[in-house]
Design a protein around this ligand. Structure first.
Ligand SMILES: C[S@@+](CC[C@H](N)C(=O)[O-])C[C@H]1O[C@@H](n2cnc3c(N)ncnc32)[C@H](O)[C@@H]1O
Length: 639
């Protein structure tokens, strides 16, 4: 297999007026019964909004339009089409992929998608973009707010791109996510919700219990802040961007001082790749710390925050002991405090003209600092948090970072400072070169009783606490015999997490992963955990050929955990030929997941490939409250 990451396209699942039973039908029968009136034709694989929307066949369009129910047949009445720029009164009915509100014009049934519209909300919106059978709209004014309203505690909630549903009660968020998965399974996956088995297959969403542990004000702020960016979860990963000009939301322009419009370090404004919302001290400091610290140095401020937050008067060690007793989420909480301190330290000095550091300008392709990535792990001996700070720069000049590195290195939790050099004009954070500027090149984390080493560019679940729940679910779905006889194939294995949690009860684990650093971490993780029956292989699963895995013993269980685009059709065909008894499909994108489940269960009729699997359970898991993200664990049995 080649090692390069490829882009690829899979056509979207053809529309079909027949919804399938749960694998009960043979593929041949399903081929006969299909009527391929394809609305979607070829959707780019990343445009999963289209996968989700273009799912109802033309001949059914009218029926679905006339229905005003919540059935989420996201299909518009073709006889009505609003004009671009037109303002309309709309009602949001439900949430769709990426957390966009599915809205309808009263009496027409025409579907419009609106960012930040929440179920039950009646509002005025302006049509911004027309798609084939729906349109996009920008919210101008709320007439009546959505149901299940709660006050969003974060001052950036309505501006930053991350947690769109902060003002929706957590119960309502869960309901919306569960509904979304269900709709996708029916409309994209083509499973019939009329079958008696459906209710048994679709499991209720597993909530994130951290929601309920963090009840006090500080803690809510923690939850919210740490989910404020799509790329991180609760306390273990955060990505900030540098920009030449801070973005200020229109409604705040009057209040903000002009210097806030200069050089920014913060979160991307929603929908803008070139605008950065500066994350300033207001968000970083708790109110009490703000009052107390005044102009004090960062170190003093840090102590103040900790003492104020927990009422602990003396000694760090004692502080931790007390915390462990008082708050079982101490690890995340303390990691969070360290994030705040690192960010405040960088904010304090990176604009100093003497350092000569400039932010990356995405338009002119000039400037040096692209991103600041913070990742937190845990010291495996003390259990205390340890932090990795990763500066992503546009050129190879690590010496320029020296003054910043010296300051950050004084923060006790920081054990690793690295520099990823990414010379491409794009905004990605993975570097062609990596320098370790201070301490180690990796951090460690503990998950399901195992130790994992993580490099800057390796994937690792960003909400460790909920990852533990997720991996336990995967283990349960594996139904291991426990006699050490089974072979496990761990596709998209990252640092080996899933395979290694199963390794001690199986004969051998074979993991495949494209990122070289992750493969090397996975091998090291096997050693760290005294596991010698796991083999990790570097390669691109989008570029497999007929010889793929032919030299390995036939697996009994396949775990597949692709990133958002889902599985390449080549890999799906490989799995259909392989016929392992069980596949566990772990997905972070329910739209591509539904599409791939359809392939695995009903085949690829256009290519005369039969489906082989029966979907026996689908378990949504909420890894990231307040964000649109949904994780799913699906069990498929060989028919
Ligand atoms: C969602 S992560 C899952 C990682 C791992 N299973 C875990 O739970 O930590 C997806 C992984 O697939 C890897 N990946 C993405 N595209 C790939 C490809 N074409 N071939 C192989 N691995 C790929 C990513 O680098 C990432 O580590």
């Amino acid at each position: 297999m080649a090692a390069a990451v490829a882009t690829f396209g899979i056509r979207s699942v053809p529309s079909n007026i027949w919804l399938h039973k749960f694998g009960a039908r043979t593929a041949a029968a399903s081929i006969r019964s299909r009527s391929f009136t394809t609305l979607a034709s070829l959707s780019p694989v990343e445009d999963t909004e289209d996968i989700q929307l273009n799912v109802i066949p033309k001949e059914n369009a009218r029926e679905s339009v006339s229905s005003t129910s919540n059935n989420n047949n996201y299909k518009s009445n073709k006889s009505y089409y609003p004009k671009r720029g037109q303002t309309l009164e709309l009602v949001c009915e439900s949430l769709a992929f990426k957390g966009k509100g599915v809205c309808k014009v009263a009496d027409s049934g025409f579907v419009l998608m609106c960012d930040r519209a929440l179920p039950g909300e009646r509002f005025i919106g302006r049509v911004t973009r027309k798609k084939d059978n729906y349109a996009e709209v920008k919210k101008l004014k709320t007439i009546t707010p959505h149901s299940d309203y709660v006050e969003a505690p974060c001052e950036y909630a309505s501006h930053c791109g991350g947690c769109k549903t902060q003002s929706l009660s957590y119960e309502a968020q869960l309901k919306a996510k569960e509904q979304q998965v269900c709709d996708l399974v029916v409309h994209v996956g083509k499973f019939s919700d009329q079958e008696p088995e459906f209710a048994g297959v679709m499991k209720p969403i597993v909530p994130c219990d951290i929601q309920f542990h963090y009840r006090n004000k500080e803690s809510e702020e923690l939850d919210i802040l740490l989910t404020a960016n799509a790329s991180f979860g609760l306390a273990v990963m955060m990505e900030f961007s540098f920009g030449p000009k801070g973005w200020v939301p229109a409604e705040q322009l009057q209040e903000k001082s002009t210097d806030e419009c200069v050089y920014a370090l913060g979160l991307h404004a929603p929908g803008f790749f070139d605008k950065v919302l500066n994350v300033n001290k207001c968000l970083l400091q708790s109110d009490s710390a703000n009052e107390k610290s005044g102009n004090e140095s960062c170190a003093t401020w840090r102590r103040t925050v900790i003492v104020e937050d927990y009422g602990v008067q003396e000694g760090r060690r004692k502080h931790h002991n007390v915390l462990e007793k008082e708050n079982e989420n101490m690890h995340e909480f303390h990691g969070y405090i360290s994030f705040k301190v690192v960010l405040a330290t960088v904010q304090e000095c990176w604009r100093d003209p003497e350092l000569g550091l400039s932010p990356w300008n995405v338009h002119s392709h000039t400037g040096f600092l692209k991103h600041l990535m913070l990742r937190s792990g845990r010291n495996i001996e003390t259990g205390l948090p340890e932090l990795m700070v990763n500066f992503v720069t546009s050129s190879d000049n690590p010496e320029c970072l020296r003054p910043l590195v010296e300051k950050i290195a004084t923060i006790p939790e920081v054990v690793s400072i690295v520099n990823n050099v990414n010379t491409s004009i794009g905004n990605t954070s993975v570097g062609e070169k990596e320098y370790t500027l201070y301490g180690k090149s990796t951090i460690t984390e503990i998950l399901r009783g195992l130790t994992f080493q993580i490099s800057a560019n390796s994937f690792f679940q960003t909400n460790t606490r909920q990852a533990d729940v997720l991996y336990k679910l995967i283990e349960d779905c594996a139904f291991l015999k426990g006699d050490g006889s089974e072979i496990v194939l761990d596709l998209f294995c990252g640092t080996g997490t899933i395979g290694l949690t199963l390794a001690k009860r199986v004969k051998h684990v074979y993991g495949f992963e494209v990122v070289a650093q992750a493969v090397s971490d996975a091998r090291q993780n096997a050693t760290l955990n005294f596991i010698n029956n796991a083999t990790f292989i570097e390669g691109d699963l989008n570029k497999i050929d007929s010889t793929f895995a032919s030299n390995l013993p036939k697996p009994d269980i396949v775990i597949t955990d692709p990133n958002r685009p889902g599985m390449h059709i080549k890999l799906i065909k490989f799995l259909l030929r392989l016929r392992a008894s069980r596949i566990i499909y772990v997905s972070c994108n329910p739209a591509t997941c539904a599409r791939d489940l359809n392939y695995l269960c009903y085949g690829v009729p256009e290519q005369n490939i039969e489906g082989r699997y029966r979907l026996s359970s689908l378990q949504p898991v909420d890894m990231f409250p307040h964000t649109p993200h949904i994780e799913c664990v699906c069990s498929l049995e060989l028919r």
